[in-house]
Design a protein around this ligand. Structure first.
Ligand code: ADP
Ligand code: MG
Length: 698
């Protein structure tokens, strides 16, 4: 429906009426409740209604938007080619036809011959000269003043007109306290414009404003908004961190016999990078407040052993540790590996998963509850209600980005002792991820985490060579697989991702397995997919690990964490369907031993530009950080991070890719303000969080 305005200007009365009743509910649904909510509801774009052009000139402005003013000379409902309202308006220089394909009867009355109209819209050349289809218009009195500022267009929702929004925002702007929350010295140092000036300018930009700068949000007024928003986010995340620090944790002070024996019996020595992160973790664990540390390291960098050594410290200190992984395959692999390291040293390791038989699970639960099991490894099953720990001191979460915030919290809460929030003992938390987060993102999304990075791979790895090959050369690739297997190398063959249908994906995996088995009759070809029973999956993975299977046809169930060092060739079919980080994770399954590894990316042509970019990136680099950087470029931060992370919900205006300088500034300012100026912190958070604070509870 076209936007219309009444002849009379809105009075105080109508604006109050506009905010009462149902409209108020609709606005609330847009998150607009307090005056400050309205003040911070900033325009998406602007319309220039400050100028009226002659209709004669409008006729030459084909394609652009223009505003004209004139008197209605003709108004009729036509029925051909379909029902429409056709209104002609004229000024001294020419005429313009307005065409409405959807209209109300009342509009025909409004636009009666003789009425004066101001109309704004895209001018096109119709059969009868210049015309506007569905222009915005208002009926006015002669001499009605033109606005002297650009007209804002706000993000809106169903049933909330721009007119209603504008009125509500006007009222709020007049009533709200727009005093600056930031001290003058800080504003000056960062060259920030005053808050009140910035919001007024954004709601009512003068006609000579740099419209490009408004549009791409580089205008100083936008910079001020973005800075404020980032500062609020940094402050609240730092606050959350302090709140956590004020909680108690059991200090895990003993690096004793188990830690030492484990190090001594490992078949390798730690890399320099592993030693560095281990020292950081050990240092945190002795503190009487909970560690909250993210351990980042590229695929294959050796995070598992660091986790095991952290667990050893907990056990040496008389506590239990829990390790949670996102898939059964991965959890099972961790369980076996860590049990093989630790059980000979006298540690009882329990295993917990959703698919376990009832009897087995009951046994595990009893061991955990009695404190007999010092370490428990498992999947989401670890966070179920039935699981109670005797003395949980450390929680380790592998591939943490695969879990939601709630799931991570649930495991942490297993350490709770005492009902009262204040008396709670919280376990230390170590999160691990092979999805490296670029620095700016880490600072904004994980401002409340400490971050450790393993920045080198264990020695003796030979770099993976990646080949990008057209699907029509599949036969050649199969021949290569054959030759490699005869040399004693093991092969992963990854089936195409079919996002629309799990059944179809399963079918494809089974088909691929059948064709490969037929094409390679002298080799043993195995199959593993997500729909298999965990025991079956484990059996196949085991056989592959023992080198009894030459070629393992797999769906993406092998994507995370799987570790079979002898596998040195990987073929990924329809690689163009996978995301970059997924390809990187998959490829990380090879290149784990000393044999030179190859990853073949088979693609179906023609390739779209984004898919091509991804495959080229894969061919050019194996560096996870570089891949993450390019992935971020291709996808943008929201999608890149996947599951909603704390802090994300707070950013409406800032763009992490383009505003990294502001992020740095906001971070420094937050640290300084928290040290020196708590009054400013309070005022700033009150303004910016307001009703949004609930997002931070996670
Ligand atoms: P990720 O960081 O991807 O979880 P893993 O912990 O699975 O990596 O380690 C990859 C492989 O490297 C494993 O086989 C592991 O035993 C081995 N490994 C880990 N640390 C070292 C090291 N310092 N020297 C040699 N091999 C190592
Ligand atoms: Mg791992």
């Amino acid at each position: 429906m076209p936007e219309t305005k009444q002849k009379t200007e809105p009075s105080a009365k109508t604006s109050r009426a506009a905010r009462s009743g149902k409209l108020e509910d609709k606005l609330a649904r847009l998150g607009l409740r307090s005056d400050m909510d309205f003040v911070l509801h900033l325009p998406m774009r602007y319309e220039d209604e400050t100028i009226v052009v002659d209709m004669h000139d409008a006729g030459f402005m084909s394609g652009g938007a223009a505003q004209v003013e004139g008197v209605v000379t003709d108004c009729e409902v036509q029925y051909r080619p379909r029902r429409q309202l056709v209104v002609t308006i004229a000024d001294d220089t020419g005429q313009v036809t307005m065409r409405f394909l959807n209209f109300y009867g009342s509009q025909a009355k409004q636009l009666a011959v003789g009425n004066r109209v101001r109309a704004r819209g895209e001018v096109r050349h119709g059969f009868f000269g210049a015309e506007m289809v569905h222009p915005a218009y208002k009926v006015i009195n002669e001499g009605a003043p033109l606005p002297d500022v650009l007209t804002p267009v706000y993000p809106s929702g169903e049933g909330v007109s721009q007119t209603a929004l504008r009125r509500a925002i006007e009222t709020a702007l007049a009533r709200a306290n727009l005093a600056d929350t930031l001290p003058l010295a800080l504003r000056d140092a960062l060259g920030l414009m005053p808050f009140a000036d910035a919001v007024r300018l954004l709601h009512h930009p003068p006609p000579d404003v740099d419209e490009m700068a408004l549009e791409d949000r580089s205008h100083p007024a936008w910079m001020r908004m973005k800075f404020d928003e980032l500062l609020a986010q940094q402050l609240s995340l730092k606050r959350a961190q302090e709140a956590r620090r004020s909680k108690g944790a059991v200090p895990l002070t003993v690096v004793g016999a188990l830690s030492k024996d484990l190090l001594a019996t490992l078949p390798f020595s730690l890399t320099r990078a592993q030693q560095k992160v281990l020292a950081e973790i050990r240092n945190d664990l002795v503190a009487p407040h909970p560690m909250q540390r993210l351990l980042q390291g590229d695929v294959g960098s050796g995070k598992t052993v660091v986790a095991a050594l952290a667990a050893a410290q907990a056990i040496d200190s008389g506590c239990q540790a829990a390790l949670m992984a996102p898939t059964e395959i991965l959890a099972e692999q961790h369980f076996r590996k860590i049990a093989a390291w630790m059980e000979p040293l006298g540690v009882k390791v329990a295993w917990l998963t959703g698919s376990q038989k009832k009897k087995e699970k009951t046994e595990s639960l009893a061991l955990v509850e009695a404190g007999v099991a010092q370490l428990v490894v498992g999947t989401h099953a670890l966070i179920q209600e039935a699981v109670a720990f005797a003395r949980l001191g450390l929680v380790i979460i592998d591939e943490q980005h695969r879990f939601g915030v709630g799931q991570r919290l649930a495991l942490r809460n297993k350490g709770a002792e005492g009902e009262e929030e204040a008396s709670r003992i919280v376990p230390h938390q170590l999160m691990m991820s092979a999805t490296p987060i670029p620095r700016t993102l880490a600072m904004t999304y994980y401002a409340d985490l400490e971050v450790s990075v393993i920045d080198e791979l264990p020695p003796g790895r030979t770099p993976i060579v990646t080949r990008v090959i057209d699907q029509n050369r599949r036969e050649e690739v199969i021949a290569r697989v054959h030759a490699a297997a005869l040399e004693g190398r093991q092969v992963y063959w990854v089936c195409p991702l079919i996002e629309e249908s799990e059944a179809l994906q399963l079918q494809t995996a089974t088909d691929t397995h059948a064709t490969l088995a037929a094409a390679l009759p002298d080799l043993r070809v195995g199959l593993v997919h997500g729909r298999m029973k965990p025991a079956e999956k484990a059996e196949v993975m085991d056989a592959f690990l023992r080198a009894e299977i030459h070629v393992l046809v797999a769906t993406t169930v092998i994507e995370v964490g799987v570790d079979v060092p002898n596998a040195s060739l990987m073929v990924i079919e329809h690689a163009e369907r996978f995301g970059l980080s997924q390809l990187h994770q998959l490829r990380g399954r090879v290149g784990r031993g000393s044999a030179a590894s190859v990853c073949v990316l088979l693609y179906q042509s023609p390739l779209g530009p984004v898919a091509r970019q991804r495959l080229v990136t894969m061919r050019e680099t194996t560096d996870g950080f570089e891949i993450a950087r390019r992935d971020l470029e291709i996808r943008g931060p929201g999608e890149f991070l996947g599951a909603r992370q704390s802090g994300q919900a707070l950013l409406r205006f800032a763009d992490l890719e383009h505003d990294s300088v502001l992020v740095e500034g906001a971070r420094e300012a937050a640290q300084r303000l928290l040290r020196e100026d708590l009054a400013t912190v309070e005022a700033h958070l009150a303004r910016w969080l307001g009703s949004r604070e609930e997002y931070l509870k996670v």
